[in-house]
Unconditional design. Sequence first.
Length: 312
Amino acid sequence: MPKIAVIGAGMAGLTCARALGDHGLRPVIFDKGRGLGGRMATRRAEGGFQFDHGAQYLTARSRGFAEMLAGAEAAGALALWPEPRERPAYVGIPGMTGLAKHIGEELDIRKATRIQRIVPEDGHWRLDWQDGSERFDRLVITAPAPQTAALLPEDHDFAEALHSVGMDPCLTLMVGLPTGADLPFVTRRAPEEDISWIACDSAKPGRPDGPCVVAQAGRGWSLRHLELELDAIAERMLPLVREIIGKGATVDPPYLSAHRWRYGLVTSPLGQPYLRDGAKTLFAGGDWCLGAKAEDAWTSGRAIADALIDGL
Ligand SMILES: Cc1cc2nc3c(=O)[nH]c(=O)nc-3n(C[C@H](O)[C@H](O)[C@H](O)COP(=O)(O)OP(=O)(O)OC[C@H]3O[C@@H](n4cnc5c(N)ncnc54)[C@H](O)[C@@H]3O)c2cc1C
């Protein structure tokens, strides 16, 4: 059985590894994070607050993704969220990472393991991390395009394609509100404004009681404030959110924190589902191949698994 490594336990990496696992292979997944899901992220905080500070909800365009969502819903890892209403929207249960845990069930996942170097060695791929190293026959990288480029030599065959991809940052604010706080809406989208999205996350199904809000800064604001300390980002975003949702709820909030998604949203995707080297042993993919949604990451992960299995 070939030894296969997958870098990244986000939607693309987990989907790829799941499909390989279902085929009887035993991929090893590495992620630098302490949890699963990548940009499908959930944070729990004291005071009964829980925030989905990355992907907010999932919608399906393709039949395959819709079937996956329906299966996860049946397994209790997703639930329908009647907001926003443009088409059926699902959220993870108990948070967005619930879906990642469901897809990753029984897979060999090495968390908190940042791959520092990839070294081609006698037709194999050696992965180095802080206190370890291992050789694999096949390697799948699903980190965002700029991070994938950083793992490979500057003159690698993938370099031009990886550098052609555009990914924007997104600064996110998490606010825990006082008990009983009243919000004027459940979700608000305003792509052209400094605060482009606000959601009352506690209104999602299956959430703890603590009323809370997730707000995302628009592209321009995120770019202008990208390098500030997280506390400074939170301090500057809060008044903008306060202007929109009203003062009462956000004076002296019991929880306040910001998150920096440096490679948050894909603006110009590659236009094909993955990259593969000539020897068919190295693959790279993720949402950045096809678009800005978790479904794009899923499609890329599936396509890589199919191509990898095909080449065995
Ligand atoms: C703020 C925000 C809101 C969003 N809202 C939505 C939404 O509502 N609906 C939607 O469909 N999509 C949304 N998206 C997009 C969605 O989150 C992504 O398309 C999807 O999660 C990408 O999955 P991925 O597996 O391609 O990448 P990621 O989720 O980024 O996974 C890549 C993984 O690789 C790991 N990694 C990177 N480098 C290394 C390394 N050297 N060693 C080990 N591990 C490494 C990372 O830790 C990460 O876990 C949103 C994104 C953001 C940022």
